[in-house]
Ligand binder design. Structure first.
Ligand code: ATP
Ligand code: MG
Length: 386
């Protein structure tokens, strides 16, 4: 990636979900054309892109077509086969690289990478065989058994207290490769989004404080004082060293746990923009999606500046149903009557409980005002207070 790809070029994305949609929107705002590869005719990104190639991620003809019409290609979905990225990389610049995505796809490899970077994670054991299962250190219990691959939003996980529960959980997961992590006493969860250019330049967004409910991100709060200063500095430094260690090009999210004793441990990485970075669309002068466009196009990176305290509420499909399961329209007009509310919906027409349908960013002059408005919006929407 020597000379930058300027507006007027076509940027391709593997995956048609909401992250691809918001990438395409940022690219289009800057004058790029976009191409999306996703089999779903109604995929959020496919619906709004200039080109939509409707094939599976491993379809050779679809990938060839994406490479033909795109000047550079990224991904919005870490579970795309790394082989697909390798095939594309033979013809076009691809960022992030298949090698980095392959590490992020596999919890065992990801944790080994954290070790190489000197960033602590939860004590864990890799379980791929019955022998490894039998040899698990009892000190890891109670723990969380996680499939090494293909987990998201808390799926592919089981909380286990005893060796018997662990064995039963591994059976129930079909004895696929897993990691067992010790259950840690969390004080907070947080994440840091970094963008790294092909020239090695790194910029980052401020650390986000995240609240998960049922394994799914529910609320992100970003303003001075959202997290203890020491942990913020450590998290930013750790995220940068993880990105540098991967020779990463693109936007990378690093998720952390802050433990009750104040220690910071890394949880996992996502090789793409992340749900916890959505506030940057309205609270920062450069959003995580614009950073993705810039890294892919080889444009300069400048350190983003957050200009407003922000709270993000995830809008799950649950909001489209009454407690009695009757369909309902969320009260958008009442929510948008509140100052500093910014609605983002992903164009999904079939709401389901637990499905990410959109998010609401709330910005204000002060953290207190952002929180007050966010709590009022949550109340109107039927989201539990935080
Ligand atoms: P996503 O990809 O959507 O972030 P995921 O399915 O990859 O989620 P994790 O991030 O591994 O799942 O875990 C989901 C949540 O479960 C965490 O955000 C945290 O709340 C809790 N959790 C996971 N691992 C641990 C642990 N070792 N100790 C305590 N809590 C944990
Ligand atoms: Mg996670």
């Amino acid at each position: 990636m020597g000379t930058p790809l300027l507006p007027g070029s076509t940027l391709g994305v593997l995956g048609g979900g909401q992250l691809g949609r918001m990438f395409a929107q940022a690219a289009q705002a800057m004058g790029y054309f976009t191409a999306v590869l996703d089999a779903d005719a109604h995929s959020p990104a496919g619906l709004i892109s200039h080109h939509h190639i409707r094939t599976a991620y491993d379809d050779a003809a679809g990938l060839a077509r994406l490479a033909e019409i795109s000047d550079a290609i990224t991904t919005e979905f870490e579970n795309v086969p790394a082989q697909a990225l390798r095939q594309l990389a033979q013809r076009r610049p691809v960022a992030p690289a298949a090698s980095a995505v392959a590490i992020a796809q596999d919890r065992a490899q990801e944790k080994a990478h954290f070790g190489r970077c000197g960033v602590p994670c939860a004590p864990y054991a890799v379980i791929e065989t019955a022998e490894q299962l039998a040899a698990v250190d009892a000190a890891l219990l109670p723990g969380i058994l996680k499939t090494a691959r293909l987990g998201y939003d808390g799926k592919g996980q089981a909380r286990v207290k005893t060796p018997a529960e662990l064995a039963a959980a591994w059976d129930a997961m079909g004895r696929v490769p897993c990691v067992l992590e010790q259950m840690l006493p969390l004080a907070h969860e947080c994440s840091v989004i970094v963008a790294r250019g092909a020239d090695g330049q790194v910029v980052h967004l401020p650390a986000q404080r995240n609240l998960h409910r049922d394994g799914i991100l529910a609320v992100t709060e970003v303003y001075p004082g959202n997290l203890p200063d020491g942990q913020v500095r450590q998290a930013v430094a750790a995220a940068i060293s993880i990105a540098n260690g991967l020779q990463y090009v693109g936007v990378l999210c690093v998720e952390f746990f802050v433990l009750q004793d104040g220690r910071l441990v890394v949880n996992e990485i996502a090789p793409r923009p992340h749900n916890s970075g959505h506030y940057s669309q309205n609270a920062c002068d450069v959003s995580q999606f614009e950073l993705q466009v810039r890294t892919l196009a080889g444009l300069p990176l400048t350190q983003p500046r957050q200009h407003s305290p922000a709270v993000m509420l995830n809008l799950l499909g649950d909001l489209w149903f009454t407690q009695g399961d009757a369909p309902q329209a969320p009260p958008w007009a009442a929510v948008l009557a509140l100052p500093g509310t910014h609605l983002h919906l992903y164009g999904k027409t079939d709401p389901k409980r637990g499905r990410k349908m959109g998010h609401l960013n709330i910005t204000a002059a002060t953290p207190e005002a952002a929180r007050t408005t966010a709590l009022r919006a949550a109340e109107l929407l039927g989201i539990a207070p935080f």
